[in-house]
Write a protein that binds this ligand. Structure first.
Ligand SMILES: Nc1ncnc2c1ncn2[C@@H]1O[C@H](COP(=O)(O)OP(=O)(O)O)[C@@H](O)[C@H]1O
Ligand SMILES: [Mg+2]
Length: 241
């Protein structure tokens, strides 16, 4: 039976992909059969007549995962907007059955699946008829628990506590909070204490800012992740799928 965890951000651009790449590297470098999954990705990079999913590409490069991108990221949109709207504009409606079928295939092939969310917990994936299907609905349908990636600085108490409480209100477990771009200052330290008090959830990682990541310094994602996470603790967050 495969196990997995779903990485949810408090917002877009908080560092879900960077943290997920680090987590997957830690598992794979210890010899575990572990894969990445992302149901829908917006803002793919156009190369010739192909669309390259940037998140999937980074995670694969950092972790050495060799799975074809269409198996681990079934919906890829060029427009950098919410998936439900990108799907509409690009006339490529998201079919839940396709996401589930790809996920089932990965469950057969791998022991561990780390799934990255699109946007934040209420990110809409499908807007059809009267109903909106959100990221939270997908997490429930895939039967996963979550870890939340959050910023460390001003504003994070509100975003993080809202995210945790909303996830829990859907009946989904939050196994931990990872602070990204962690800086050792009094604001971040106090934010962490207050978030802990308000949510009762542990901070399971403090991921510092990586120099020159924009210039391709992905090696340091591996170094930082290996320093703060170990394979056993990541596996402990996971539930059977
Ligand atoms: N720890 C970090 N150190 C340096 N840059 C980071 C770090 N985390 C995220 N970034 C940068 O911030 C941007 C958003 O990060 P990303 O992981 O893509 O966010 P998300 O997946 O939540 O949208 C990217 O340009 C990424 O390189
Ligand atoms: Mg991402």
């Amino acid at each position: 039976m495969a196990k997995g965890i779903f990485v949810v951000g408090t917002d877009t651009d908080v560092g879900k992909t960077v943290v997920t790449a680090g987590l997957l590297h830690v598992l794979r470098s210890k010899g575990h059969r572990a894969t990445y999954f992302k149901g829908a990705l917006s803002g793919a990079i156009e190369e010739g007549n192909k669309l390259i999913p940037g998140d999937t590409d980074l995670v694969s490069q950092v972790s050495g995962l060799k799975e074809p991108y269409e198996n681990i990221t079934p919906y890829i949109f060029k427009t950098a907007i919410s998936p439900h709207l990108a799907a509409q504009i690009e006339d490529n409606p998201i079919e839940l059955n396709i996401i589930k079928a790809k996920f089932e295939k990965l469950k057969e092939k791998y022991d561990f699946i780390i799934t990255e969310g699109s946007g934040g917990i209420i990110c809409p994936l499908i807007n059809r008829d009267e109903e909106i299907y959100t990221l939270g609905d997908l997490i429930k349908d895939l039967n996963m628990s979550t870890v939340v990636v959050a910023r460390g600085g001003v504003g994070t108490i509100n975003h993080t506590v809202l995210t945790v409480k909303y996830i829990e209100s859907m009946g989904i477990k939050v196994k931990g909070i990872i602070i990204n771009n962690y800086e050792d200052n009094y604001i971040t330290q106090d934010n962490i204490k207050v978030i802990g008090k308000l949510t009762g959830i542990s901070i399971v990682g403090k991921f510092k800012t990586i120099d020159n990541l924009d210039k391709g310094n992905i090696d340091n994602i591996r170094t930082v992740a290996s320093r703060i996470f170990n394979d056993k603790s990541i596996i402990e967050w996971m539930e059977e799928l």
